[in-house]
Design a protein around this ligand. Structure first.
Ligand code: 5HY
Length: 235
């Protein structure tokens, strides 16, 4: 099977990290194609960034037919629109991480990048898991593109995760950015609880759905969009 992993921002270094995480868990018969969006923001840290990332995601889904698709940004931008376009299942990394975390303990805390992205994480938690399962969303105040450059990142994420577990009485950590895909093992070792990376979780979830022969229902709202004239960016 072929799994498309879309990095909705335009930073190729981040796609390389995302690709490593996806390939590390993909089965022997699974080919992972990781692509960087060709249009939009260098990183996604606001509603504006998220809105402008969607045309690039949809262009990637159109340009790279696959058996299944992963949207590798913690805001799960363009998820529903991509489900209308793609033939196979489409899973967002926040969606996958939160569902996986809900299976692993009484309640999870999300550790994300900037404080301003916490609202979006709460919105998604409200959609994906039962009330009370997401116990808190905490920011490290590290810009997305600094995750690769700042040598204190691991210590900061560990410190925020520890504080979150205590403040939220939670027992699982969800990493709130695709740029943290290389951190679950080291953070889990240091804080002593399961730590979920959404890129790996989403890749395995898509692989499982494709293996089961399951895909997005085209019976109702996720049927292909009605044909019409589009002006500008993408049709
Ligand atoms: C992400 N931004 O996963 C989100 C994380 C965030 O460019 N890739 C990004 O901070 O919302």
């Amino acid at each position: 099977m072929r799994i498309l992993v879309v990095n909705p921002n335009t930073t190729a270094e981040m796609t390389a990290k995302i690709e490593l995480s996806a390939r590390a868990v993909a089965g022997p018969g699974t080919h992972v194609e990781a692509v960087t969006s060709t249009m939009g923001p260098a990183s996604i840290e606001s509603h504006y960034d998220e809105a402008l990332s969607v045309p690039g995601i949809l262009a990637a889904v159109r340009a790279h037919p696959a058996d299944g698709t992963v949207i590798a940004c913690f805001g799960d931008p363009g998820l529903e629109a991509a489900r209308e376009l793609a033939d196979g299942p489409v899973v967002g990394i926040a969606e996958a991480a939160m569902h996986a975390a809900a299976l692993l303990g009484r309640g999870f805390s999300v550790v994300t990048t900037l404080d301003r992205t916490r609202g979006r994480a709460w919105d998604l938690a409200g959609r994906y898991v039962a009330a009370g399962v997401c116990r808190g969303v905490h920011a490290c105040d590290i810009p997305v593109l600094e995750l690769d450059r700042d040598p204190t990142v691991t210590d900061r994420v560990v410190a925020v995760a520890r504080a979150a577990l205590a403040a939220d009485s939670s027992d699982v950590i969800v990493l709130g950015c695709a740029g943290m895909a290389d951190l679950p093992a080291v953070v889990s070792k240091r804080v002593g609880v399961p730590v979920v990376d959404g890129v790996a979780a989403a890749t395995l979830l898509v692989q499982s759905l494709v293996t089961l022969g399951l895909s997005t229902s085209k019976h109702g709202e996720f049927a292909p969009p009605p044909p019409k004239r589009y002006t500008g960016l993408i049709g």
